[in-house]
Design a protein around this ligand. Sequence first.
Ligand code: FES
Length: 194
Amino acid sequence: MAANETKTQQTLSPREQAIRQLKVKGYLDQDGKPMGRRQFMVSLALAWATFAAALGGLVTILSAFIIPRVDFTRIESFKVGAPGNFPSKTVNEDFKSSGKFWIVNDGQKIFALSVVCTHLGCTPNWMSNESKFKCPCHGSGFTMQGKNFEGPAPTWLRRYEVSLADDGQIVVNKGRLFFEEKGEFEDPRSYIAV
Ligand code: FES
């Protein structure tokens, strides 16, 4: 038995698979030579097989660029400090870049507010003099609590799960989002009472 005939279907290249099929159908002899008048059709079939293989490779390369290499299953948590580090009626921006959230103490609750605008995903800015978040992209405004009150944003900003660690620090769990429109801001995991 010839060595190439011991290859499994999985180890054959697309061209080799095409040649095998053409031999089975009688278009090629056992030496791989075209059979008479069928030569043109054989050449055409092999050209198509080569083209398909090249196209498949191109798609694979392109998809590596198009599909982000992000592990969405990775859950991030942040220890942000004790509740006493967040004075009443303040927005802490220490984690705006590294964690993509603000720590807000609105006088009644401490919560971790997502920095993702609920319109099209830009990052709003905290305007302490106006006590509101303002999105630079299309002008949406949000209160300190994250409520949308101006511009096109359709909903409140989201909140992340918060809890207290054994050492008394607040832990923000980015693996769990809370949505106001689902009534989830009443869930005690979405805030720490002060
Ligand atoms: S993305 Fe924020 S207002 Fe459009």
